[in-house]
Design a protein. Structure first.
Length: 433
């Protein structure tokens, strides 16, 4: 985690203090269940909660113990025993380290998901507001980076809204999939701990029991979770890239907000660079890069190994912290995005009516001209616009083969911008309801 790209609430989920507190709660809830089953004294469970709950775990001290034991959970349990006293012998009864580690990771990823879902809600709200603001702001649509046909800037933002709505739905499912608890002991057979303990701990932590945990929770769940984060990051990049293109000097249809006192270049005082969306592109690459190792973690040896552990200690915090920051940054970009409708119209008219070529093509075919001949006629006049800066409408009206098939009034009608935006309401109804 790099502080430059981190937000405190998400970072706190992955702090050692939070991790050890979750470990304690897992152990203490398990003790409550064991006490209900009569495996340990009820007073011992009560003492564990009272003394352990009031403890201020010393991260440095735990690290010192681990330097000797070479085992993080044992180091924690040793430190916990210093607070609890003799009743500490009842902690971790029938459990294995993965019961604590995997269940803790499930809690952390669930909490991280809740923050990310809130981030997506904020982004969706900003996209919806700006989409309706520019619902009728006509702009040019591009394919291959080349002018295609007119659309509206609101439709562009509505597309992004629909995409991030799907992202949210995927994350809801991924959160549900990752939120499983394993308190099943060595090899996951419950030989030394009753399944009721797992059910009890799961309920207390807002999780559900893992049906078959071997000695670890199966990593296909984690692979899907991080893959989902990668897809969301790709959607972040898609929108960021669109803004970057629209901010290019020769386009300048939309632009990141440039705050008072902001500087664009150390050398060129005139620069206003799309630094936020460029940054988002880079952050998206990092989040995506963490999906592959999560998938490689699925193939563990037999009932468990720890080849996944080092990976998850990195990608758990880094992927969620980075995506949290990216979503927040993108929301700010959209919220303050500068939009230039006049430039949109100027750019659209740069090639003097060329964007209406399809309508003329279709009109000619409906007038009885073969598609091949109609395409030839329209393209012949369109190339004059590309190559000589001619006016497309004037060229069509001067083309005898075109005017024989179509009267002047009908040709002129094909240059109506409103034709291209007549179904915007339908699109918005589909997206926003």
């Amino acid at each position: 985690m790099i502080p430059r790209y981190s937000r405190p609430e998400m970072v706190a989920i992955w702090s050692p203090e939070t991790r050890f507190r979750i470990w304690f709660e897992i152990e203490a809830h398990a003790c409550d269940a064991l006490a209900e089953l009569g495996v340990i004294p009820r007073e011992a469970a009560k003492t564990i909660w009272e003394k352990g709950g009031a403890a201020q775990f010393d991260v440095g001290k735990i690290d010192e113990i681990e330097a000797v034991t070479k085992h993080d959970v044992i180091a924690f349990l040793t430190h916990l025993a210093e607070f609890v006293g003799p009743d500490a012998r009842f902690i971790h009864q029938g459990m294995t380290s993965s019961d604590v580690l995997d269940t803790c990771l499930a809690v952390q990823l669930s909490r991280a998901s809740d923050i990310l879902l809130a981030d997506l809600d904020g982004l969706l709200a900003a996209l919806k507001r700006r989409a309706f603001e520019h619902k009728d702001t006509v702009t040019i649509g591009r394919s291959h980076g080349i002018h295609a046909e007119p659309t509206t800037f609101g439709v562009k933002l509505a597309q992004a809204y629909a995409e991030f709505s799907r992202c949210r739905e995927r994350l809801v499912h991924a959160r549900e999939d990752i939120a499983t608890c394993a308190i099943s002991g060595a090899i996951g057979t419950f030989a030394n701990i009753d399944p009721y303990v797992e059910e009890h701990v799961a309920k207390k932590l807002g999780l559900k029991p893992e049906p078959v945990s071997t000695q670890v929770i199966p990593r296909d769940r984690h692979a899907m979770f991080f893959a989902t984060l990668g897809v969301i990051a790709s959607s972040v990049e898609r929108l960021a890239t669109e803004i970057r293109h629209l901010q290019r000097t020769e386009v300048l249809e939309a632009e990141e907000y440039f705050s008072p006192g902001q500087k664009g270049s150390s050398a060129m005082p005139h620069k206003r660079n799309p630094v936020l969306t460029e940054n988002l592109t880079g952050l998206a690459r990092m989040v995506r890069s963490m999906a592959l190792p999560a998938m490689e973690n699925v193939a563990l040896w037999h009932e468990r190994d720890i080849s996944h552990s080092s990976v998850e200690r990195m990608i758990g915090p880094d992927a969620t912290v980075t995506l949290d920051f990216a979503l927040s940054r993108l929301t700010g970009v959209i919220d303050k995005l500068l939009v230039y409708p006049d430039n949109m119209l100027k750019n659209m008219n740069k090639f003097r009516g060329l964007v209406h070529s399809q309508r003329v093509l279709l009109a000619l075919t409906q007038a009885g001209v073969s598609r091949e001949d109609a395409y030839r006629l329209v393209q012949r006049n369109a190339m004059k616009v590309w190559e000589h800066g001619a006016d497309f409408l004037e060229e069509l009206l001067a083309d005898r083969e075109v005017t024989v098939a179509l009267p002047e009034a009908e040709i002129r009608e094909k240059f109506d911008l409103g034709y291209h935006t007549k179904h915007v309401d339908t699109i918005f109804k589909r997206v926003f309801g």
